[in-house]
Design a protein around this ligand. Structure first.
Ligand code: DQA
Length: 146
């Protein structure tokens, strides 16, 4: 089984970016933790980060042909703006979990709405990098059941 982890804009700057909000771990730290977890579950991990909306749309399309069973996505700022990425997820019809490091509901009102949450299998926000591990475990266990 394969799980694709997608991270949106500015998440390549984690560790250096507003650490009081997003913490000190880098994206590399997050992904290497997920690779270890993937080994435990015997799952293949695909990892993708982009700052460009169209690249994320195209990576999601590719997931239809590369045997991706589950997607974990932090759309970052596109959470609040991107009908295109939402539509891409609906197009491929692969179950996904939406993850945010920060609790978007506790922040500025423009972050309260997500274009993804009503399509997601689950949403995790506010638990920092642990949210990715929890999402991965939830996805891996669903795949084991099926
Ligand atoms: C974020 C929250 C978004 O509002 C923000 O634009 C991000 C990161 C988070 O992980 O907390 O870039 O998705």
């Amino acid at each position: 089984a394969s799980i694709l982890v997608i991270n949106g804009p500015n998440l390549n700057m984690l560790g250096r970016r507003e650490p009081e909000i997003y913490g000190h771990e880098t994206l590399e730290d997050i992904i290497s933790g997920l690779i270890d977890l993937a080994d435990e579950y015997n799952i293949r991990l695909f990892d993708f980060q982009s700052n460009a909306e169209h690249e994320i749309v195209e990576r999601i399309h590719k997931a239809m042909d590369d045997d991706t069973d589950y997607i974990i996505i932090n759309p970052a700022a596109f959470t609040h703006t991107s009908v295109a990425i939402r539509d891409a997820l609906a197009t491929v019809d692969i179950p996904f979990i939406e993850v945010h490091l920060s609790n978007i509901h506790k922040r500025e009102s423009f972050r309260h709405h997500s274009y993804f949450s009503d399509l997601a299998e689950g949403v995790i926000a506010g638990l920092g990098t642990k949210g990715y591990r929890l999402a991965f475990e939830a996805a891996a266990e669903k795949l084991e059941e099926s």
